[in-house]
Design a protein. Structure first.
Length: 365
């Protein structure tokens, strides 16, 4: 009796129940998947997803209002049956998890005349250097670009090949310029903002930390600057507003290259954590099914628990964003350590497989 209970049949195949994973594609037949979706009342939506059709506003609303997470997992699984996972670029880095180091503000404005402090920074970076390491400069001043000699940004890129300097978020840069030039007209502020972005580009900053406005995203695209688009979920906003935003983002992506998008809880912080994460995970799944032409679907440890990150793989996420290489970076950016996040990839069925790329980073297979 005990021996019989260890084995079962799933999708016409013998299955060892002790190690059975219901999301293993080698076990779960496509026929069984379709029957499950039919019983859940989403067969028509599933057919649209299977064909690669754009979901209608009505279908998106139905998914957000009425479909529970287990069924959304099945729908995202169906989408993956139809898609080949290939190595993609996220902010110039081929990886499902990106190492990042926060550079102290005392190093952010060094000119060529401060060699001693520059060497101190080099010694610090030697501890964490790896090709593809993102260096976050949280306090960039335009005066740094006009000092004699190379700026610290250019020096670091020259000394450590493959590192990627990351500027603050678009909104952070915008706020600082508005504070500094508070008496300037909107037209003049825009001119200064565009000039600053151009200076950043010239100094080797091809990446901003994030951008939260679709208009700003368009502005960056026009200038060849990469950034992750961060969508803020507002608990008080009507569901129609979220749907409209998804469609607007999808239409914008068809004209530009959006390498990745992530969800920020925003107003959902007002509610308890369980509701926050389940609601956000539902939106993640529906967003992934809508934004099929976006390479990276990100759930960040800055906003979500480790448990939510583990579950996010089943709901369409394929990137955990930044992982801190030191404790100071984890504290400043509010994210988990790189090693902690890396352990979430594991080898469980359903988790994207990975190998090393030429630069030593992780790539999807």
């Amino acid at each position: 009796m005990g021996n019989v209970a260890r084995m079962g049949i799933m999708g016409g195949k013998p299955v060892n129940l002790a190690s059975f994973d219901p999301y293993d594609r080698n076990v779960l037949s496509e026929d069984l998947l379709w029957r499950t979706l039919e019983r859940a009342g989403v067969k028509l939506i599933a057919e649209h997803i299977s064909r690669g059709d754009t979901l209608t506003e009505g279908e998106i609303e139905h998914l957000l209002r009425h479909v529970e997470l287990p069924v959304l997992m099945k729908l995202t699984e169906l989408a993956h049956f139809r898609a080949e996972m290939t190595p993609q670029k996220l902010n110039n880095h081929t990886s499902a998890l990106i190492p990042i180091y926060v550079v102290s503000n005392r190093y952010s404005h060094l000119s060529g005349s401060k060699e001693l402090q520059t060497e101190d920074l080099y010694a610090e970076l030697e501890k964490y250097y790896q090709p593809g390491l993102h260096l976050y400069f949280g306090d960039i001043r335009i005066e740094s670009f006009s000092d004699e000699g190379q700026s610290i940004y250019a020096k670091v890129k020259e000394r450590f090949p493959g590192v990627i300097p990351v500027a603050p978020s678009f909104e952070s840069i915008q706020r600082k310029l508005q504070t500094r030039y508070e008496n300037e007209s909107e037209e003049e502020l825009l001119r200064k903002l565009l000039g600053f972005l151009e200076e950043l580009k010239n100094e080797g900053f091809d990446t901003l930390h994030s951008v939260s406005s679709l208009d700003a995203f368009q502005l960056l695209c026009d200038r060849g600057i990469s950034s992750v688009y961060r969508y803020t979920l507002d608990a008080d906003a009507p569901i129609e507003e979220h749907i409209h935003h998804l469609f607007k983002l999808k239409n914008l992506v068809t004209k530009n290259v959006l390498c990745g998008w992530e969800i920020s809880p925003g107003g959902l912080k007002k509610r308890n954590k369980v509701f926050l994460e389940s609601d956000a995970l539902r939106f993640l799944a529906v967003g992934c099914l809508t934004l099929r032409n976006v390479d990276w679907h990100i759930l960040s440890s800055q906003f979500f628990s480790v448990e939510a990150l583990q579950l996010s793989w089943r709901l369409g996420a394929n990137c955990l964003g930044y992982g801190a290489v030191d404790e100071n970076t984890a504290r400043v950016l509010g994210i988990e350590m790189f090693q902690t996040l890396e352990s979430l990839f594991g080898s469980d069925a359903g988790t994207p497989s990975r190998t090393s790329s030429p630069d030593g980073s992780l790539v999807f297979q």
